[in-house]
Design a protein around this ligand. Structure first.
Ligand code: FAD
Length: 417
């Protein structure tokens, strides 16, 4: 367990533990000099690493306790979306949204504000109503909505402790259909971006920046809430199943072509029983900008598309509804996310990441916490988060190089480095 999923980060931790009980998690944390939670290793930077112990909660009992009256579920944080979703569905419930890859752990997704798409859909962290956190001394604290620390703790980036369980708000289970369309000129978005992104429950746009055009538009409608495609929308339905990267085998992709199916088998791009086609041979970056700046930002990128192309596999544009979590990349603003799946060579990718960040700078981009970036986003509550770090982890047991780069300040001085 020495590298992340993409193979670009070699963890420096000297030990990897997988406790079976919360008691064992408590002891492992209490006894460690330095420790961090590790999820399913899908982050693309050194966020998850620790100079001491990496601790996975994947072997804790895989509980999914649905409270049908409250429409919530208490869930083991080590479960993946793919393990959780069918169990919620069987109980008649669903998550409002899912990441593109269902193999990701709930704990890792919540800790980093992982999101899907949809103008009304928030990051997974916004569904959390309560969580159990093993803090530096090995105590378990339960923190819920209404607690003054709650909105700081949820997107905790592993810097405040190890989350063993989360309670999630649910919605009634629903069925969906997804259809893929191809070929739409970028300029079609100029006056219609908001209309297109809100014409269905979830809409995702793809471009390879070979031309000022979208290569694919994925429209995901709820069966009980059909898409209302605008009259100007001229893109043709794809003739068969498509992978987001043109030319790649769609065998790993969820069912398209308007076939109805359960929410968890349509919302992610990739099937849970298959690895995505690149199988980790990629890097990713993603930037969250205010939704109102989307068109200007896309044109700013279009001006340098010739320079983006050599590093790019595919660029995806999605929407995410605002929340109030301190370190959520969507905090305080309805968001458009501009995502890049790069080739796996960092020496090719890094100059282009810098270029993209330069082009997006006027739009106050917040980089995805778990992806490759150079810039740091702006967060009003950052000083409050640093204060939480100082309070929950005064000795810096959960600190690592990433937290030092992003969060060192007066509130955390004197802790481990
Ligand atoms: C192919 C692919 C597709 C992706 N698609 C999307 C997408 O659609 N939307 C999106 O937003 N992101 C996406 N991501 C990014 C992904 O959601 C994040 O990297 C997420 O953090 C991965 O979760 P993980 O369990 O692998 O976490 P890890 O990479 O293992 O850890 C990430 C962070 O979470 C913390 N963490 C993990 N578990 C716990 C826990 N139990 N308690 C406390 N902290 C914990 C770690 O300490 C670390 O700081 C994608 C990544 C890949 C590889």
């Amino acid at each position: 367990m020495t590298v992340n999923w993409a193979g670009n980060v070699r963890y420096t931790a000297s030990e990897y533990v997988r406790p079976f009980t919360v008691e064992q998690v408590r002891k492992a944390v209490a006894n460690a000099g330095r420790v961090r939670a590790l999820g399913t290793r899908h982050s693309f930077n050194d966020l998850a690493d620790s100079p001491g112990v990496l601790l996975s909660v994947a072997d804790l009992p895989p509980i999914v306790d649905v409270d049908t009256t409250r429409a919530t579920a208490r869930v083991a944080a080590g479960l993946s979306y793919a393990e959780l979703a069918p169990r919620l569905d069987a109980a008649g419930f669903a998550l409002p949204s899912m990441a593109s890859l269902p193999h990701i752990s709930v704990g890792g997704a919540v800790a980093t504000a992982t999101h899907g798409s949809g103008v009304r859909n928030q990051v997974l962290s916004a569904s959390v109503t309560e969580l159990d956190l093993v803090t530096a001394g090995g105590d378990v604290v339960t923190i819920g909505r209404g607690d003054p620390d709650f909105e700081g703790v949820v997107v905790g980036l592993g810097a405040l402790g190890v989350v063993t369980h989360v309670t999630l708000d649910l919605v009634p289970a629903y069925e969906m259909r997804q259809r893929v369309y191809g070929g739409l000129a970028l300029e079609a978005l100029d006056d219609h971006f908001a209309e297109l992104m809100s014409c269905a429950y979830s809409v995702c746009l793809f471009t390879d920046w070979r031309a000022p055009a979208l290569t694919q538009v994925w429209v995901q409608e709820r069966v009980d809430e059909p898409a209302a495609l605008p009259s100007w929308f001229t893109a043709e339905p794809a003739e068969g199943p498509r992978h987001p990267v043109d030319g790649m085998d769609p065998v790993s992709c969820t069912t398209q072509g308007g076939v109805a199916g359960p929410w968890f088998d349509r919302l992610p791009h990739f099937r849970s029983d298959q690895p995505p086609s690149s199988s980790g041979d990629e890097l990713q970056s993603e930037y969250m900008i205010p939704a109102t700046d989307a068109v200007a930002a896309l044109h700013a990128l279009d001006e340098v598309r010739e320079r983006i192309r050599p590093a790019l596999q595919i660029c995806e544009v999605r929407t995410v509804a605002r929340d109030g979590l301190w370190l959520s990349t969507c905090t305080g603003r309805d968001t458009v996310s501009i995502h890049f799946t790069w080739v796996s060579d960092l020496s090719v990718v890094l100059p282009v990441v810098r270029l993209v960040e330069e082009r997006l700078a006027p739009f106050s981009p917040r980089p995805h916490w778990a992806k490759t970036s150079v810039a740091t986003g702006e967060y009003e509550r950052l000083p409050d988060f640093r204060a939480l770090m100082g309070r929950y982890d005064p000795a810096g047991k959960f600190a690592n190089a990433f937290t030092e780069r992003h969060f060192s300040g007066p509130e955390t001085s004197g802790r481990n480095r």
